[in-house]
Structure formats: C-alpha cells, structure tokens
Write a protein that binds this ligand. Structure first.
Ligand code: FAD
Length: 307
C-alpha cells in the first residue's frame, strides 16, 4: 500500500528538500549508501573484496537537468575508475550507471547519454572490467537498449538490466539471451502503470522465474539481482538444469541488504556481487529502498520522532 506513495514522493522536489534536510536522515541513509565520496568507498571495496565478494559501483544520481551535470556524472565515474586501477581487481569491481544521470532526458539526450557513457566504458575496459546499464522507468528503455547494443559492438561485455514486472521483458530477455549479453534480472523498482507492468507480487515473481529460465537456457551471462530467498533457490535449480557451472552466472544484492546472505552465497562458491551506491545525490535511490520494505519506513519515521 505504502510503496506507490513513497515512489511518488521519490519524484517530488518538495519531499526531496524536506527529507534531505531532516537531521536524522543520515543514520538511516548510511545503511544503504556506502559513503559520500570516492575516498569513503575505496576502503569498502577493499574490505568486501577481501571477504570474497565482487562489487558493482553506483555513483548515485539521476534525472539531472543540465549538460554540465551530465558531464560531471561522467567525470565522477572516470575518477572512480582511476582510483580502482591500482587495486587491480579487474572484473571483480564493475560499474553500474543510470543513463538519466548521463543526460538521457535532455534535448538530444539519447546521443548525449551515449557520448557520456562511452568514455566510462572505455576506461573500465582499460582496467579489465565493464559497465552495466541500470533499467529506469519504462519510457527510457528503448533508448537504453539501443545504447547497450551500440556499446556492445566494441565492448561485448557491457551489461544491461531487465525488470520482471514489465510485460515487454520476456521478449527483451529472449533477444538478449540469444545475442549472448550480460543481463541483470531484477523485479523492478519504479512506479509503473497497469498498462505496461504486473502490479501483484505473485505475478511479478512468476514472470521473474519465466524470464530467468530464458536467460539461463540462453547464450548470455545471467546476473540474478534479488534478495528473495525463494527466487535465489529457484535460480540455483534453473542453473543446474541448464548445465551452468558456478562461474557461468552470478548473484547480485544491494549494499546493506541481507549482508549475511552475501557471505553465505560467496562461501558456497557462488559469484556474489554487491551493488554499492555512494555519493551525495542519494534521495531517489534511498526512497526506492524505503518503498521496497515497509519496515524501513517505520524505522525511518521512528528515528525522526524519537529525536
Ligand atoms: P523482494 O520481494 O522485494 O524482497 C525479498 C526480501 O529481500 C524482503 O523480504 C527483504 O527481506 C529483503 N529486501 C528487499 N528489499 C529490501 C529493502 N529495500 N530493505 C530491506 N530489505 C529488503 N531495480 C530497477 O528497477 N532497476 C535496476 O537497474 C535495479 N538494479 C538492481 C540491482 C541489484 C543488484 C538489486 C539487488 C536490485 C536492483 N533493483 C533495480 C531493485 C529491484 O528491482 C527490486 O526493487 C529490489 O531488488 C527488491 O526486490 P527483491 O527481488 O529483493 O524482492
């Protein structure tokens, strides 16, 4: 019930100002956001890597409004890649990017986002790793998939994300599984209308399994982006049925969510990648995490009241 209200608030400037300024917000935000600067996150990268985990790094930010902000987003990723270089972790640390942060929604945004993301993909390739394009709301996806295809011509390891809640995803999965793409499958985190997306949890979960089967049976590299214990064991079974070895797919979870499970799966020999978000523009990312679990919101509200 509350999820859609919080997701609507995630797009409100007034709520953004109110929540960002609340004195207690930081301690709740810290659970999901690994730090504000690249200096904050490098020790986290080292710590998680030492524990046998892999990472995908997200410099938080989305829906920017100027070309300068888009260029700044590109530069923030380039700085990150530069700082990762001496760690020599290669593909154990990749980057996740939101094309809206690279200017996709501005005039001429498709070309602008492509022009901004390409240097990041090139820099990542130079240190032996890659980039995954996050999936945002459904109106952005045709452009995202076209950019993905374009980047894959030179960098076939470039990944993309598909969302089980969208009706279109089964067809997208068939195409991406046939062309050998790296694909992260998630349930979907945006507020989408009934014309384009399943609304009920059980329908989304069923779609997730159908799509995952397609990915597992295909030519690509499936990345299971979920904390759902049921889907994780189904994924293991589907991988077994498809004859995939442990290094022919991976699990991915968000920093700060079910951290014990990250370690358990890694200890079982699975590739386990932690989506690690950092930066100052955390509002949209944080609100989606609140919307996913009512208990997070209760904790947030309680901490505000008890101050
Ligand atoms: P759920 O059924 O929502 O959760 C299962 C269990 O996980 C819950 O019972 C709870 O124990 C735990 N859990 C889940 N979420 C939370 C939370 N916020 N706080 C505390 N506990 C929680 N969505 C997109 O639309 N585009 C993307 O590009 C994208 N990238 C993602 C990358 C990764 C690595 C992951 C893990 C998720 C990503 N998502 C993305 C978010 C995704 O769409 C879901 O909203 C999110 O993962 C919650 O769904 P779930 O599969 O974990 O299942």
């Amino acid at each position: 019930m509350l999820g859609p209200v919080i997701l609507a608030a995630s797009r409100s400037d007034r709520m953004r100002r109110l929540i960002s300024a609340a004195p207690v917000t930081k301690q709740v935000v810290d659970r999901f956001i690994a730090g504000e600067t690249v200096d904050d996150v490098i020790p986290i990268v080292q710590d998680l890597s030492a524990k046998g985990l892999e990472l995908t790094m997200d410099v938080v930010g989305e829906d920017i409004t100027t070309r300068e902000q888009a260029a700044a987003a590109r530069d923030a990723y380039l700085e990150l890649v530069d700082r990762l270089k001496p760690l020599e972790l290669g593909e154990k640390v990749e980057m996740s990017v939101k094309l809206s942060m690279f200017g996709q929604a501005l005039e001429g945004g498709h070309e602008l986002a492509l022009a901004n993301v390409r240097p990041v993909v090139e820099a990542a390739a130079e240190i032996g790793t890659t980039v995954t394009l996050d999936a945002e709301d459904h109106t952005t996806l045709d452009s995202m998939f076209a950019i993905h295809e374009e980047l894959r011509r030179d960098f076939p390891q470039t990944g993309c994300v598909i969302q089980a809640y969208l009706f279109r995803t089964e067809a997208d999965a068939r195409r991406l599984a046939a062309n050998g793409s790296r694909v992260r499958l998630v349930k979907g985190a945006y507020k989408e209308p009934a014309e384009v997306a399943y609304q009920q949890k059980h329908e989304i979960d069923k779609a997730y399994v159908r799509v995952l089967r397609t990915l597992m049976e295909g030519e690509g590299y499936p990345m299971i982006g979920s904390h759902d214990p049921r889907l994780i064991s189904i994924a293991q079974e589907l991988a077994r049925q498809a004859g995939r070895k442990l290094d022919e797919y991976e699990f991915q979870m968000l920093y700060g969510i079910r951290s014990e499970e990250h370690l358990r799966l890694a200890a079982e020999g699975h590739r386990m990648r932690v989506y690690t978000a950092y930066g100052t523009d955390w509002y949209g990312y944080f609100m989606r995490r609140l919307a996913e679990k009512p208990a997070n919101l209760r904790f947030f509200v309680r901490s505000m009241i008890s101050k």
